[in-house]
Design a protein. Sequence first.
Lengths: 507, 123
Amino acid sequence: MTRDLLYDSAPVAHLEVDLDGLICRANNACASAFTCTASNLVGRPLISLFPDGPNGRDKAQHVLQGLGTEAEEVAFVRGDGSERWAQMFAWPVRTSDGLPQTIQILLLDITEQRRLHLELEGSEAHFRLLGDSAPIMLWIAGRDARCTSFNQRWLEFTGRSMEMEVGDGWLVSVHPEDLPGAMAAYLAAFADRRSFRMEYRLRRADGQYRWILDTGVPRYLPDGDFAGYIGSCIDVTDFKEAHEALRSLKGQLEERVQEAGEAIQARDEFLSIASHELRTPLSALVLQLAGLQHTLHATKVQSQNAKLVGKVDKAVKVTGRLTTLVDSLLDVSRIASGRLQLHPEACDLADVARDMVARDAEAARRAGCELRCHGEPPILGVWDRVRIEQILANLLSNAMKYGPGNPIEVTVAAAGETATIAVRDHGIGISQADAERIFGRFERAVSVRHYGGLGLGLYITRQIAEAHGGTIRVTSEPGAGALFVVELPRRCEPRAEPEPPRERAPR
Amino acid sequence: MSPGRVLVVEDNDDIREAVAESLEDAGYGVWLAANGAIAMNALRESTDLPFLILLDLMMPVMDGAQFLQEMRGDPRLSELPVVLVTADGSAVTRATALGTHGGLQKPVQLDDLLSTVAKYCQP
């Protein structure tokens, strides 16, 4: 009784078959497996439980014939007609003289395991198809960090077979210099099960080493178990070379920019020293010539002295022009080093303009320019008088230079807090494109062969205007003359300048 | 005895000579010194004093500002009129700042030089 209970409650289906192949006994598990009562099974041929065909009846026959030599996966049909799978074992029970008496059968339902297995196989095949058609190289490693699979693209790249590559085989293609580092990074990431990204050189089928960017991520089974890694590789050699070239280019560019900056600084320093050094003997010369001129004019002019006086007068004039040029250079070097300092004082702009027009009257007469000055005094303000004179001198000199034989009008005016200096000429004019750059350093709108000068006048003029907090602009058309307008706040507030370094003491 | 009317303290030989000759041509007596220290020695060793000192600011050994300080510490010299001659910023502003009688902007123009000196002495 107890044995029957044990037998019936066992979780494995058991059948006993007589030598004719008829079922003579079946337990409850058997009944539930086949969805029928045990008594329904007794007396039926065992074979009838299995459907026709190679997976069913044929396999069952095979197991019965083998008798205990092997187990097979066999398809069977349940009472409700559904097909299932079982692992089937069969062995004989023999009499004391060794003759088989009955055949014992165990059936283990493996339908679910089989389904999972098939699904897994299917997904692996799917993955392989996907991997082989991917344009990047892929690899898969198992839990032991050894590679189990590579896609077609990888094999084409290394020119080796899957058999050669799996396990540690692929490592022979890694550049010997990169191998230790790459392996260390790979194994370290593996131990922590974190993603990694590394670069190493991998030998291509043609023998050339190529830089590879290898990215690996841990992979997990649906139940969350760690299964190994999957990685993708791309050939970044071209990218790296381009990047390297770009970096070297950038380096060269920075070097050039620095060299250019140093050259500019050297030029500015030279300009500063040269203009200082030129100016000192020049001021002595001016004084000496003035003395000579004074002496000659003071003495009674005799006929043989007249020529001498004329020569000295010309020398004074030429020295004056030389002084203007050297002073321009000095101003530019001051501007370049931020040392253009204003010394504002109360003055009358109308007065300044009248003075300058009077000072240039002789030059204007020689240039054939009629010089007119408009402006009702007083136009009071606080400016650096010497620098405002310089603005007027520069604008007048340009007007005479580019518009000889034509009238020039100087107009000074004030409106509210702004005073205006306007110089109008009727000369060659400036195109709109050139108007943008004539206020730059060493710029000119015309050929240096036809018009001399350092190209500094308007640059200095703008710097002076801006140092006063003002502006300068030009309105012009080629051939239609030019109108230069300087606007100055009535009370200049000099831009904050750094404390000027003391000027170089002459040796 | 030399009149010793104007003392020119200037380190640049060309400018010093040009100023000196301009003044001499106009009839003034001129003393010359290449820096503040030489000028100070000359003043201390002389019984005669100039009517005016034309003082450059930037000079080696003893510059203009140091010279002024020494001069003002000497009761015999402290009241001497001084006119600055400088290229460093505005001569007038610097003169006001240093408490001198006036300032001449470099490069000096002959007319300015003569009219300034004429305020302190006659040839």
